[in-house]
Design a protein around this ligand. Structure first.
Ligand SMILES: Cc1cc2nc3c(=O)[nH]c(=O)nc-3n(C[C@H](O)[C@H](O)[C@H](O)COP(=O)(O)OP(=O)(O)OC[C@H]3O[C@@H](n4cnc5c(N)ncnc54)[C@H](O)[C@@H]3O)c2cc1C
Length: 547
């Protein structure tokens, strides 16, 4: 062997340079099944753009060259700007042209949500930070549309630009831009899950606008043209729309204090902000902030589930690619029995997340009836919890399939690994989601009925699933306490995944999923210890100093 050849030996070819849609038969099948067979051409085009080596390079660069905060200009004037690398802007342009932030609100044909979910899922296979402002903008549209009469600026200026597809990064009043993005600010230093503790104050000006004083501890994508924020008005916690630039061209009094130094999601800017009398419009009634923002949050939770499904799909696809080319002990890795087991287990998890997330997207379609909406009420928190919770395990294992190569920053795997826990934290962390599942199960019988209607479509296909559905029925009909919440949410998600796989892709994958995932209510997830365990005592006896 010549010395020069030694560099090529036993290293797989580049993963890049493939069509992420056309090389994923499960994604194509799920997209068609859930109602968007018409989107094939468009998704194939998007899959081709995303799969290019250039797009992978943009993703790597956007995360290596993180945004920088510029609070002041050289003369000491406050500017509150965030400077992004050109790669960020390029990725944002691509995704907005695809319509990830708006397409189902404009193109309202049946399957529009599913088509957009498939596009978003593929994007998540490649880059994740850019998805934050895209998701928040997407999620804000139904709420903005509901308030066009009370706030003409929304109808005349903001909405048409939110729905536009030409990315415009300039810091200008919205009226002077070709498109606009919307963010969300709820979390404060003293509490994120419990937003009732929000301390930001909103003083009415008497003309429908308010002045806000206070802070937000997490305020992602601060360069968005407007943010939905919660603040305490005289009648209680209320939802506001706060523009970044005022119509007269001056900056709103939103002071960027710091950018968070995050392990992952580094292409995206997440800031801490102070409101120093910032102007904002009230959305809805004073004191009704939580119900108003909940509609937005429901859509961001959908995206967390789709995003984590995409993250897993990207990691597992790369693991399979690596194992198909790398040899050890005289055979390809993919031919080694134990590696086959690992890859199969990864494929099951990723396959389940894929069918679950696209099924969930269907429940958000414009024409979805009562039953679908009821299903979404229960399935959104359950699947957001479950899919996001599986991602770190799956990505870590997929990384290990690459051996040492997977732990080196030139590989995309370390970035996916650092990103993986995030979707589970924001927009309702694991426990909060599971408690929400319990709440829906207790208070909304229509949601439980819709869930069992969906599951009944697979009745008789597998006796293990039949038993699990019966057990779930007893569980939901019983006296549930908070400590059961993770077990319940996990059982709902796994049962739904098994039902979808059995109905729509019966075969080895569905059989293996049922054989390995049914029965214990959650396949090894943390927080599912049996009720007989005295958890408080175990924690107390753990010896940690702080307890
Ligand atoms: C990178 C990043 C970007 C973000 N961007 C934004 C943004 O743009 N806008 C925004 O508003 N927020 C944003 N967030 C904040 C995020 O939504 C919150 O961190 C999240 O909602 C959790 O709130 P918290 O951090 O205050 O944790 P806490 O509310 O203190 O929760 C801590 C833990 O306790 C658990 N817990 C809470 N209540 C209960 C209960 N009753 N029983 C059992 N367990 C419970 C939670 O599940 C969690 O695991 C961002 C966060 C991150 C990491």
């Amino acid at each position: 062997m010549r010395a020069a050849d030694a560099f090529d030996v036993n290293q797989p070819p580049l993963f890049e340079g493939r069509n992420l849609y056309l090389t994923d038969a499960s994604l194509q099948r799920a997209t068609a099944r859930e109602g968007a067979p018409w989107a094939t051409e468009q998704l194939a085009a998007w899959g081709s753009v995303l799969g290019r080596a250039e797009t992978f390079a943009l993703a790597a660069r956007a995360n290596r060259c993180s945004p920088e905060l510029k609070t002041h200009d050289r003369f000491g004037n406050r500017i509150d700007e965030v400077e992004f690398d050109a790669s960020w802007h390029e990725l944002m342009s691509l995704a907005m042209r695809e319509g990830e932030h708006s397409s189902p609100w404009v193109q309202t044909r049946p399957g529009a949500q599913v088509a957009r979910a498939a596009a978003y899922l593929m994007h998540a296979e490649v880059e994740n930070g850019t998805q934050c402002p895209l998701t928040m903008t997407f999620a804000a549209v139904p709420l903005l549309r509901r308030h066009t009469e009370a706030t003409p600026w929304i109808a005349q200026t903001l909405l048409p630009r939110v729905l536009a597809r030409e990315y415009d990064a300039r810091s200008l009043p919205v009226a002077e831009k070709s498109s606009a993005l919307v963010g969300m600010g709820m979390t404060e230093r003293q509490g994120g899950s419990d937003v009732r503790t929000n301390a930001t104050l909103a003083h009415p000006n008497g003309d429908g606008t308010y002045r806000l004083h206070g802070h937000k501890w997490f305020f992602s994508a601060p360069m968005c043209d407007a943010h939905l924020v919660l603040a305490q008005a005289p009648a209680g916690l209320s939802c506001f729309l706060m523009p970044r630039m005022l119509p007269d061209g001056t900056r709103n009094a939103v002071r960027l204090q710091r950018l968070k130094d995050k392990p992952g999601n580094r292409s995206n800017a997440s800031s801490e902000v102070e409101f120093d009398g910032a102007s904002a419009w009230l959305l809805g009634e004073e004191g009704r902030g939580i119900p108003v923002i909940l509609e937005v949050v429901q859509h961001t939770r959908l995206d967390c589930a789709i995003g984590s499904a995409g993250l897993m799909r990207g990691a597992v696809a790369q693991a399979c690619h690596h194992a198909a080319h790398r040899r050890a002990f005289g055979k390809k890795l993919i031919e080694q029995a134990l590696m086959q087991n690992v890859l199969a287990d990864l494929a099951l998890e990723s396959g389940a997340a894929l069918v679950l997330s696209l099924r969930l997207a269907r429940a958000f379609e414009a024409e979805a009836g009562e039953s679908e909406r009821a299903l979404a009420r229960l399935a959104t928190p359950a699947l957001k919890y479950w899919i996001c919770k599986r991602a770190p395990f799956v990505v870590a294992e997929a990384l290990e399939v690459h051996g040492g190569n997977g732990y080196v920053e030139e590989s995309p795997l370390p970035r996916l690994y650092r990103e993986a826990p995030l979707n589970s934290i924001w927009e309702g962390s694991g426990n909060v989601m599971c408690l929400d599942v319990l709440r829906a199960a207790r208070r909304e019988p229509a949601a439980v009925t819709a869930l069992f209607e969906e599951l009944s479509g697979a009745k008789g296909a597998d006796s293990r699933l039949d038993r699990q559905i019966d057990a779930l029925g007893s569980m939901l009909g019983g006296n549930l306490s908070e400590v059961d919440a993770r077990r319940v949410a996990g059982t709902i998600a796994v049962s739904l995944a098994a039902a979808l796989l059995l109905r729509d892709a019966p075969g080895a994958l569905a059989e293996a999923y049922c054989a390995s995932r049914l029965g214990d209510g959650g396949s090894g997830a943390l927080g599912t210890l049996p009720g007989s365990v005295d958890c408080a005592r175990v924690v107390a006896e753990s010896g940690f100093h702080a307890i």
